[in-house]
Design a protein around this ligand. Structure first.
Ligand code: TYD
Ligand code: MG
Length: 451
């Protein structure tokens, strides 16, 4: 007979407490303790073994043998890049993202494109639903197995029967194990099922790809410890109303977190976008006022992004300010700089700013393009389409250098831009480039050259 006991789990950090408290003593969050039932049963398949073990011996780093380091090729180059060159055997990869962003689609496409035997376990959709989706995305891998199951012990039974080379779980929040009695998705279930999956991955060398839901704050639902436990945390993001999706590594034990993959959601599933800059710039006839192009970096990747601004006289008393894909506070700051340092009376104007393609840009190098787009709309004077901008704008109206300017210049040059405006303080010489590099120090310099 199993012994049951109840404990209190902090929903924020996952710490276990024996009695209820108003505040978690570990993470200091209030009202996060929830009672959950934990039953103590004895171990079975890939359940953590809590019995005292023989101590491991310490080895000299030069004596440690690297075994089995051959990575699984995920076919999708974008995914391979983000993972740092393929899926490492025995690794546990967690993929998070908003509902409907395409997590299940991405994982199914990976499963179907692999040259290995993959077991795709879904706790969210029926086999027929998955089959329908598989037909939509095509490239059917005959060896891909689909299982609808939420109980980890039953999943492990299926694994012992089928011996898959790769396991996909959709999603960790739907799994439950027999050893914990609380409902699926609770902190103790997530902790326990993840531990079992990690143990399975490490013991058998099978990579496990796990989908995780995110909560309303945008982090992966469940305890933070989940992200500590797994080897790789990927985030799939983008605007659901736009077709572009960005896959980023937030944590990667086997590679850099600087790489990112860009996908496009089509009727037939996700497609890799090899040359994002070309798509993000709209092709228009003639020059229009209020647009400018910035050479930004997303992770390690240079990306030319179009910025559009509309400045018009405010109809109502309070002028409206809105920014899509850019921080509104930062826009307000730039408008204040233009007002104070360059004498533009924007205080009484409505200003709308949009970054095309539904992308959220954090790179400060876009500042200069924002300023140019706003001024261009305000003056109703177009900026030539073959000019690019890459610099940060400071509070004193100074044009500041940004990191990896070389890479930005190279991308603009590759796409046929004629001029790129950067900060005067960048140590870049014109010689090696065919694109004309214009160095400016202040907003006044910019005005003199463009308007
Ligand atoms: P899904 O993978 O179910 O999202 P998640 O698992 O992250 O919740 O993706 C669902 C969305 O993707 C849905 O709104 C429809 C869209 N979609 C396409 O546009 N094309 C396709 O081929 C597929 C399979 C989905
Ligand atoms: Mg899904």
């Amino acid at each position: 007979m199993a012994k049951t006991k109840t404990v209190y789990f902090c929903q924020n950090c996952g710490t276990q407490h024996l009695k209820w408290m108003g505040q978690c003593s570990t993470c200091k969050e209030w009202n996060t303790l929830v009672e959950e039932v934990v039953s103590k049963e004895e171990k079975s398949d890939w359940k953590i073994d809590k019995s005292p073990r023989k101590a491991n011996t310490a080895l000299k780093v030069k004596d440690i043998q690297i075994q089995n380091e051959k990575r699984f090729n995920a076919i999708s180059n974008e995914l391979n890049n983000v993972l740092g060159g393929g899926i490492v055997p025995g690794s546990v990869i967690l993929l998070g993202g908003e509902p409907g962003i395409g997590k299940s689609t991405l994982m199914l496409q990976v499963a179907l494109s692999m040259q290995h035997k993959v077991l795709y376990v879904s706790g969210e959709e029926s086999q027929t639903q998955i089959k329908l989706r598989a037909e939509r995305v095509q490239n059917l891998n005959e060896d891909c197995l689909i299982l609808t199951e939420t109980n980890t012990q039953k999943i492990f039974k299926a694994i012992q029967l089928e011996h898959p080379e790769i396991l996909v779980i959709d999603s960790i929040q739907t799994l439950h194990t027999d050893y914990v009695e609380s409902s699926a998705g609770s902190v103790s279930q997530i902790k326990e099922t993840t531990t079992e999956l990690i143990k399975f991955a490490k013991e058998t060398g099978t990579p496990v790809l796990v989908i995780g839901h995110i909560n309303k704050e945008g982090s992966i639902a469940g305890p933070k410890i989940l992200e500590h436990m797994v080897d790789v945390v990927l985030q799939f993001e983008g605007d659901r109303n736009h077709t572009y999706r960005i896959l980023r590594a937030l944590k990667n034990r086997f590679g850099s977190t600087q790489e990112l993959g860009i996908f496009e959601m089509r009727g037939g599933g996700l497609r890799e976008v090899k040359n994002p800059s070309e798509i993000l710039i709209s092709k228009k006839e003639g020059d229009l006022s209020g647009t400018s192009i910035s050479a930004t970096l997303e992770g390690m990747r240079p990306l030319m992004i179009e910025v559009q601004a509309l400045v018009s006289t405010a109809v109502y008393g309070t002028p409206q300010r809105s920014a899509t894909g850019y921080h509104l506070k930062r826009l307000n700051m730039l408008l204040a700089v233009l007002e104070k340092r360059a004498g533009f009376r924007l205080g009484a104007k409505d200003v709308f700013l949009n970054i095309t393609g539904g992308i959220q840009v954090d790179d400060p190098a876009i500042d200069l393009a924002v300023v140019v787009a706003v001024l261009s709309s305000n003056e109703d004077e177009p900026v030539p389409q073959n000019y690019a901008f890459a610099a940060e704008v400071g509070l004193a109206g100074e044009i500041r250098p940004v990191n990896r300017v070389e890479q930005r210049i190279a991308e603009a040059e590759k796409l046929g831009f004629e001029k790129i405006f950067i900060s005067k303080f960048c140590k870049i010489s014109q010689e090696a480039h065919t694109i004309e590099i214009v160095k400016i120090a202040t907003i006044e310099d910019l005005l003199g050259l463009l308007f």
